[in-house]
Design a protein around this ligand. Structure first.
Ligand code: NAD
Ligand code: IPM
Ligand code: MN
Length: 361
């Protein structure tokens, strides 16, 4: 019998609401297929600060390591914004990524045909199809470089260093090229090589890695242009490879092509077997506790988990199909319109859990 060990880190804000729905769907898959599901729960972010005084305790890290995969909701909230950087909820998220060696963050963006009307872009721009995989470097760059406050000519000043080693670039570039081989064989490396020394290093290393993938077309694009091209002609992109901060920003931008940030999942992986799966959005404090957060990003993250951590392709596809079907049944307010009146987070989650069971029957 297949045993799935999953550690749930619900986190803050809408985190507990959306992970509850994703767990419903995961349980439904395991029920339908007679898999044993072993769930554990851990604290991360603001809830960990409240309970333990720190955003990520060794106990949570241990729980993650003991699991086959981790499902994370989101962290953060305005009540924690004045804490020192190392105690902020976000520090817990950055720490779990480093501690688990999760240097590769995969953020797929697709337009579900039925959501074309919801996308703020004109139909003629997205109707060519838009299917982009953002491969975001996750444990290096400006997030993790030296930072501090200082004085320049008596003026209070601050700095954050963006630094990359060749090794860090090489391993993420390989992830992007491997992904492109299974897709449309194109990698666009997004950087700021007209200004940044670190981007020049990226280009040298990416060129070298590309030589091992003659069937993959490589092009480079400056990040400011890429932000514009995503709106102008998103179907030109297949795999978009980029550093940590650019990837964070561009993936939020790309999410709106699909209709809402509430539907984009992600997978974070490394050289080990353990993966962490989370929506790309945050804790959405403005809608937390109202039962209206879109659970699709987290549910689709479970599909990525089944695919990458447990090699259950059919089960992953069944979730993706059920999510698409749910768009005809009802939507949370971020996607609702007159034809599809708003439903709650829990109603959508329950629909998908039942639909998955039917598909897998
Ligand atoms: P956010 O992604 O939380 O919210 C941005 C906007 O998108 C808000 O209007 C929100 O209501 C909406 N939104 C987000 N997720 C949604 C969903 N599932 N359904 C419907 N609407 C949704 O970004 P923010 O407001 O900049 O950040 C809020 C907090 O979350 C901050 O503390 C930030 O640091 C944190 N954050 C955490 C993560 C993470 O845990 N991975 C990611 C981004 C931001
Ligand atoms: C994300 C978030 C995080 C990031 C923050 C909360 C540290 O925006 O997961 O996209 O920038 O990586
Ligand atoms: Mn982000």
């Amino acid at each position: 019998m297949n045993t799935l060990k999953v550690c749930i880190l619900a986190g803050d804000g809408v985190g507990p609401e959306i992970t509850a729905e994703a767990v419903k769907v995961l349980k439904s898959v395991c029920n339908a297929k007679n898999y044993e599901l072993q769930l554990t729960e851990g604290l991360i972010g603001g809830c960990a600060v409240d309970a333990e005084g720190i955003p990520l305790s060794p106990a949570t890290v241990e729980k993650c390591r003991a699991a086959g995969a981790v499902l994370l909701g989101a962290v953060g909230g305005p009540q924690y914004d004045s804490l020192p950087s190392n105690l902020r909820p976000e520090a817990g998220l950055l720490a779990i990524r480093t501690k688990l060696g999760l240097f590769a963050n995969l953020r797929p963006t697709k337009v579900f045909p039925i959501l074309k009307e919801v996308s703020p872009l004109k139909n003629k721009i997205i109707e060519n199809g838009m299917d982009i995989l953002v491969v975001r470097e996750l444990t290096g760059g400006i997030y993790f470089g030296e930072k501090g406050v200082t004085e320049i000519d008596g003026e209070p000043s601050a700095y954050d260093v963006m630094m990359y080693s060749e090794y860090e670039v090489e391993r993420i570039a390989k992830v992007a090229f491997e992904a492109a081989c299974k897709r449309r064989h194109k990698v666009t490396c997004v950087d700021k090589a007209n200004v940044l020394e670190s981007s020049k290093l990226w280009r040298r290393v990416v060129d070298r890695v590309a030589a091992d993938y003659p069937n993959v077309e490589l092009c480079y694009m400056y990040v400011d242009n890429a932000a514009m091209q995503l709106m102008r002609n998103p179907s030109q992109f297949d795999v978009l490879l980029t550093e940590n901060m650019f990837g964070d920003i561009l993936s939020d931008e790309a999410s709106m092509l699909a209709g809402s940030i509430g539907i984009l999942p992600s997978a974070s992986t490394g050289h080990g077997t353990l993966g962490l799966y989370e929506p790309i959005h945050g804790s959405a404090p403005d809608i937390a506790g109202k039962g209206i957060a879109n659970p699709l990003a987290t549910i689709l993250s479970v599909a990525m988990m089944l695919r990458y951590s447990f090699h259950l392709e059919n089960e992953a596809l069944s979730i993706e199909q059920a999510v698409e079907d749910s768009l005809f049944f009802g939507r949370t307010p971020d996607l609702a319109d007159t034809a599809y009146p708003a439903k709650t987070t829990a109603e959508i989650g329950s629909f998908i859990a039942e639909r998955v069971a039917e598909i897998l029957k």
